[in-house]
Design a protein around this ligand. Structure first.
Ligand code: NAD
Ligand code: DAU
Length: 352
């Protein structure tokens, strides 16, 4: 039994999912010291953690996981008992225009963390490395079937190839150096703090601004949506109760074709904004498809359900309602994250 506080390093904690994971760990585990390591890229925002920034068991460290010297120094100063690794470049469209950034952060950054973790795991019994990964590593499904933990990897985008590669490195470090690890592969998340480049927050923001809603291709692509707080609950469970060397798939049991989801969003937003029926639907614009666009993702989350007792707790109806309200109440946040470089990105991606 350790006499010191458990030091837990969470990477990417200023981002969308990471901020919910950091908040959960800080609030649920008062005896842990939670270190949030984040480079604060365009996707990282400390406003996401305003409510807990002064908690005594929380510390923020600004740093880049691609910088191996910085990580060496950090790991020499603090003896971590576990790493929950979420820091990544996460947007598929950006990976198509700039694959190298994804190689650097998602592959090189992960290997840097693994190198420091191996050394630490040898002196610190009970140490565990947790890689938070994506269902996109499995590639695309047809109209039927589900991704299982045993499904072969078949990534189609530079983003998913980089995440598949980092998953493989984690597993290889387990086999080769005996690093205790767990991996989870999750479906599409949605909820507060989601950067407005991804479908749901982008479209909420565009509806508010009465801007076109750019649906890729014919919109007949399917994603399995999970409320971010339920993902954070799953990450907590996997970190604490998952078996070393195992993978857990996490999903919402909640498949939606993009076009149906967009129409639902329009309906809900018309009501919330007091606009007439059909007003937001007029903004729907079919645009050039995403290259290598995966047709369908759907997770079979039976393993985490049976072994760890996890299942989603928030219905899609409730989650979407809470999410839209959050964006309507957090216009200042939206204003901050859509200023500066965002305008350039938006123009390049959608207005050419
Ligand atoms: P995000 O883009 O919102 O946040 C990523 C965070 O990582 C940001 O705070 C950013 O500043 C930080 N970061 C980026 N590069 C860094 C670097 N070099 N060093 C240190 N920090 C760096 O991402 P997200 O959507 O919250 O995803 C988090 C993790 O979960 C990612 O690993 C992603 O692959 C995975 N994931 C995401 C989803 C999803 O639907 N968003 C689903 C499954 C898995
Ligand atoms: O499945 C998990 C993955 O989900 C995560 O690993 C990724 O980090 C996360 O970004 C997400 O990837 P997707 O590519 O599925 O998410 P995105 O929100 O970019 O797109 C969802 C669907 O909507 C997809 O079929 C593409 C489509 N789309 C997206 C955008 C941004 C549009 O039709 N128009 C758009 O403008």
């Amino acid at each position: 039994m350790k006499s010191h506080k458990r030091n837990i390093l969470i990477t990417g904690g200023a981002g969308f999912i990471g901020s919910h994971v950091v908040r959960r760990f800080v609030e649920e585990y008062k005896k842990y010291q939670i270190y949030n390591l984040d480079a604060l890229t365009y996707a990282g925002n400390l406003e996401n953690l305003k409510d807990i920034e002064n908690a005594p068991n929380y510390s923020f460290i600004k740093g880049d996981i691609t910088d191996s010297e910085f990580l060496k120094e950090l790991f020499s100063q603090i003896e971590f008992d576990g790493v929950v690794h979420l820091a990544a470049e996460s947007h598929v469209d950006r990976s198509i225009s700039d694959p190298l950034s994804f190689v650097k952060t998602n592959i090189l950054g992960t290997v840097n963390l693994l190198n420091e973790s191996v050394a630490l795991s040898r002196k610190n019994e009970g140490f565990r490395f947790y890689h938070v990964s994506t269902d996109e590593v499995y590639g695309a499904l047809g109209d039927t079937g589900y991704f299982l933990e045993t499904t072969a990897y078949s990534p189609n985008s530079p983003y998913s190839a980089s995440k598949a590669s980092s998953d493989h490195f984690v597993r290889a470090y387990g086999e080769t150096y005996g690093l205790p690890f767990v991996i989870s592969n999750c479906s599409n998340n949605y909820g507060p703090n989601h950067f407005p480049e991804k479908l749901i927050p982008l479209f909420i923001n565009n509806i508010i601004q009465k801007r076109p809603l750019p649906v890729y291709g014919d919109g007949n692509y399917t994603r399995d949506w999970l409320y971010v707080i339920d993902h954070a609950r799953a990450i907590d469970l996997v970190f604490h109760e998952g078996k070393n060397g195992e993978t857990y798939n996490i999903g919402g049991f909640n498949e939606w074709k993009n076009i149906d989801l967009v129409k639902l969003l329009c309906q809900l937003m018309n009501r919330k904004l007091g606009r007439p029926d059909g007003a937001s639907e007029e903004l729907i614009t079919f645009v050039k498809d995403r290259p290598g666009h995966d047709l369908r993702y759907a997770i079979d989350a039976t393993k985490i359900n049976k072994e760890l007792g996890w299942k989603p707790s928030v219905t899609f109806e409730k989650g979407l309602d809470k999410t839209i309200d959050w964006y309507l109440e957090n216009q200042e946040w939206l204003g901050h994250v859509t200023s500066g470089d965002y305008k350039k990105y938006y123009k390049k991606q959608y207005q050419h």
